[in-house]
Design a protein around this ligand. Structure first.
Ligand SMILES: Cc1cc2nc3c(=O)[nH]c(=O)nc-3n(C[C@H](O)[C@H](O)[C@H](O)COP(=O)(O)OP(=O)(O)OC[C@H]3O[C@@H](n4cnc5c(N)ncnc54)[C@H](O)[C@@H]3O)c2cc1C
Length: 212
């Protein structure tokens, strides 16, 4: 259910609050933007995320101001956006974008349990590149200790989705102006091997796709 702070007000029909919708957006998006206030000023920092059930994880260096601030239990806001298309209307005013976005509000806790940390690291890797965790060297103790991981519960979240053709004013429908949608999606190119790699890329890299 939407809360006072997650209720979509403009185009409320585009708002969604069910976890299946929110989860699908979080899971497809490669990165999020994490907003927080420190020293009386707002900052919004891009970072990788991963969902595991009812928890959203972010990770990084213990020196990261974003993580150092968020782990103090201050209110944070995590936003993800999937851009699906450019919407060209007959009028400039009615141009738009097709998108699926999600906003998660809450307070994060630092993950200190070694098993949960490792599991969260796995989720992050598998979120970005399913199949990679088992192929690459696993994190050693120093790397686990040297990674800060925060867990944000998915208790207060919303999604907003715009899809479909442009919405033109009736008076504009006869204008000789092209209108429609330019679909957009992430389209990987062929993998480029690092120096010293003689083998072909594994299937998950050669045929990388996001979820949809
Ligand atoms: C696609 C992507 C994925 C990332 N994934 C992660 C991740 O998983 N974990 C992680 O810790 N970091 C990640 N980063 C880096 C992250 O955005 C920060 O740069 C990083 O956390 C360093 O924080 P800091 O404490 O040094 O910066 P801060 O001390 O928070 O930043 C100080 C100032 O530096 C500038 N700044 C910091 N980062 C950026 C930036 N990315 N772009 C432009 N200006 C910036 C801003 O002006 C900011 O106010 C990612 C960045 C991108 C673009």
């Amino acid at each position: 259910m939407p809360t006072q702070h997650t209720t979509v007000k403009r185009h409320p029909e585009r708002g969604a609050y069910d976890r299946a919708t929110i989860d699908s957006i979080l899971d497809e998006a490669l990165l999020c933007h994490l907003g927080f206030v420190t020293d009386g000023r707002p900052f919004v920092i891009p970072t990788i995320h991963a969902r595991d059930g009812d928890t959203l994880y972010v990770h990084g260096s213990p020196g990261s101001r974003m993580l150092r601030t968020a782990k103090e239990g201050v209110d944070i806001c995590v936003t993800v956006t999937l851009l699906d298309g450019l919407v060209l209307a007959r009028s400039v005013y009615n141009h738009s974008m097709n998108y699926r976005s999600a906003v998660v509000l809450g307070r994060a806790r630092e993950v200190t349990d070694r098993d949960e940390k490792l599991r969260a690291m796995q989720r992050v890797v598998e979120h970005v590149l399913p199949g990679r965790w088992d192929d690459a060297r696993q994190p050693n103790d120093g790397e686990i200790k040297g990674t800060t991981i925060l867990a944000l519960p998915l208790d207060e979240a919303s999604a907003k989705i715009r899809s479909g053709p442009p919405t033109d004013d009736d008076a504009d429908l006869e204008l000789p102006v092209w209108a429609g949608v330019i679909p957009l999606k992430i389209e990987p190119s062929d993998p480029i091997p690092a120096a010293g790699v003689g083998s072909s890329p594994p299937a998950y890299a050669a045929r990388y796709r996001r979820l949809t």
